[in-house]
Design a protein around this ligand. Structure first.
Ligand code: DAT
Ligand code: MG
Length: 151
């Protein structure tokens, strides 16, 4: 099976509310491999590039202000089916619609404060990891538990 990468980001509200550990823990427990991790204050330019497909939306300026309002936690996660699986762990965009048990369903109430981002395709996973991480910031490694997770 194909191993993919996804870009996961705890947004400024998640950092401010002390949810970083809880969120990382959910991906660790699921069995995905962390390959990049940093606390990072992003620029307006980077936020706009990340969300460029939403540039025409009425909520775009407010969203850029929110994403740049404080540090985020940038992560790269790797695994078989990691992109759609991470989206399931995250839950629906609107936290009031997100199922209990998902990150947004359990930890958030508003679309404009939905605590986490996850890439929506393997292609966007690659694009976003390249956008948020510099050369040398990612680690290739083999977790000892790997044979107990993957046949
Ligand atoms: P997702 O983050 O679930 O991939 P998206 O890519 O469609 O959702 O939108 C990116 C972010 O933009 C989303 O996390 C929250 C914000 N957003 C989306 N639709 C919105 C809306 N109608 N009103 C306010 N914010 C919205
Ligand atoms: Mg999206």
């Amino acid at each position: 099976e194909q191993v993919d990468q996804t870009y996961i980001m705890v947004k400024p509200d998640g950092v401010q509310r002390g949810l970083v550990g809880e969120i990382i823990s959910r991906f660790e427990k699921k069995g995905f491999k962390l390959t990049g991790l940093k606390l990072f204050q992003c620029s307006k330019e980077l936020a706009e590039e990340h969300y460029k497909d939403l540039k025409q939306k009425p909520f775009f300026p407010a969203m850029i202000d929110y994403i740049t309002s404080g540090p985020v936690v940038s992560m790269a996660w790797e695994g078989i089916g990691v992109v759609p699986s991470a989206r399931k762990l995250i839950g629906a965009t609107d936290p009031l619609q997100a199922e209990p048990g998902t990150i947004r369903g359990d930890l958030a109430v508003q679309r404009g404060r939905n605590v986490i981002h996850g890439s929506d395709s393997p292609e966007n996973g690659q694009r976003e990891i390249a956008l948020w991480f510099k050369e040398g910031e990612l680690c290739e490694w083999t977790p000892v538990q790997e044979p107990w997770l993957i046949e």
